[in-house]
Design a protein around this ligand. Structure first.
Ligand code: GCO
Ligand code: MG
Length: 402
């Protein structure tokens, strides 16, 4: 079998997605997600101009060799653009391998390690009362884990809080909107929010919170300590992770578990955090961390160091990424949690898929391959529309991580 074509499809059914569709001479096809929020066309060009020409004529069965060829062979390694492009090829080749074998991809990864993939949803509100209503909505839907984000009094707009509850989309404008941040106001407010949520929902609902890289290590240590009475499952991205040793300071002060890594693109971004056991969950996912092949490598390293998976699953990861992530989630020994933000109906129409939600779990499709596809005619009805993530400033105007 040989690869005869590879199409890069950019579509915007409510938000932008980049998808690679690999076609073989025997008519078997495979899909891979290549979406990089706010930088979509950079990956599309990397694929079209620099990767697709290298795929034509290759044997799609050689997944590892193709991965090494694209990673080592390019000389320029790592980085989100490169790794998202490599991920798309890798994911498409696993899809093809599954179809050729007549097996869902998780069977090729060692088979099922659990009955379902436990997911968490996003409950958010401007006020604590609104947050409680939203948490209740997820509990009613059967969720066992809920991420809680609340408006901060005094700040006009807070990350993670949106009007449209089920389809939160931070890339909201053709040029970046600007938001304002105050660490003091935030740290003063958050513990009280979790006190109310715990009081209302009892001790067993798993609660998570995303700090979105906004604190310094000592501030994060303070937050972690102040949240200890509410037994969070994780405190996410408490500080930017460029300085991995910074997590030692957080760790030495608090037992609140830490999840990091949605912006990581390779095992090297996470290696020190994992080896020194500075985190509890690694949030890398298929599309941004080199595909199924490389993500498996990260999770295997993590398994040796008591670190579990907690993959990113926001709306900017397409159903193709979600389908691939679920095959890994169901197979690996050290699965932790999977983020699940529902896509819009238009997105589901463009990406027909066989995975489904049931009582707090997602289940991968049982059909051969990944069990997801792209409807290219539907995709063509939604042309690319520029959209940026917001930029964040302190109240004095200083640019701050968002
Ligand atoms: C999450 C993330 C998202 C990101 C978004 C960026 O935990 O789901 O932090 O909210 O901001 O995916 O593209
Ligand atoms: Mg996050």
């Amino acid at each position: 079998m040989r690869i005869v074509d590879a199409r890069v499809i950019v579509t915007c059914p409510g938000r932008n997605f980049v998808t690679l569709k690999v076609v073989t001479d025997e008519g078997v096809t495979g899909v891979g997600d290549a979406t990089l929020n706010g930088r979509e066309l950079a990956v599309a060009s990397y694929l079209r101009d620099h990767v697709v020409p290298l795929l034509i004529g290759r044997d799609p069965a050689r997944i590892e060799d193709t991965w090494q060829y694209l990673y080592q062979g390019s000389y320029w390694r790592r980085g989100p653009v490169t790794m998202s492009a490599v991920a798309a090829v890798d994911t498409a080749l696993w899809d093809i391998k599954g179809k050729v074998a007549g097996l869902p991809v998780y069977q090729l990864l060692g088979g099922r390690s659990r009955e379902g993939v436990t997911v968490y949803g996003h409950a958010n509100g401007e006020t604590v009362d609104e947050v409680l209503t939203e948490v209740a909505r997820f509990v009613d839907l059967g969720y066992r884990a809920v991420r809680v984000q609340c408006g901060v009094p005094g700040l006009p707009r807070t990350y993670g809080v949106s009007a449209d509850k089920m389809f939160y989309e931070p890339a909201d404008a053709a040029l970046p909107t600007e938001t304002t941040w105050s660490t003091e106001a935030y740290l003063a407010h958050v513990p009280g929010v979790f006190a109310r949520v715990r009081e209302e929902f009892g001790p067993t609902l798993r609660l998570l919170h995303d700090v979105h890289h906004r604190l310094t290590p000592i501030e994060a240590a303070r937050l972690g300590k102040s949240l200890e009475p509410y037994a969070l499952t994780w405190m996410e991205d408490p500080v930017p992770a460029d300085l991995q040793e910074g997590f030692r300071l957080i760790r030495s002060h608090t037992t609140t578990p830490i999840a990091v890594g949605e912006v990581f693109s390779s095992i090297w971004d996470a290696a020190q955090l994992i080896r020194e056991q500075l985190i509890d969950y690694v949030r890398t996912t298929v599309v941004h961390a080199g595909g199924i092949t490389h993500l498996r490598r990260i999770f295997d390293l993590a398994a040796l160091h008591h670190v579990r998976s907690g993959s990113h699953g926001a709306t900017d990861l397409s159903p193709v990424c979600m389908a691939a992530a679920l095959h890994l989630d169901i197979a690996i020994p050290n699965f932790g949690l999977q983020e699940y933000m529902r896509h819009t109906e238009a997105t589901d129409e463009v990406f027909p898929h066989g995975y489904h939600y049931d009582g707090g779990y997602l289940h991968p499709a049982e059909t051969p391959g990944l069990g997801v596809d792209i409807d290219e005619q539907a995709a063509a009805r939604y042309p690319y529309a520029p959209a940026y993530l917001p930029v964040n400033r302190l109240t004095d105007g200083t640019v701050h991580p968002w």
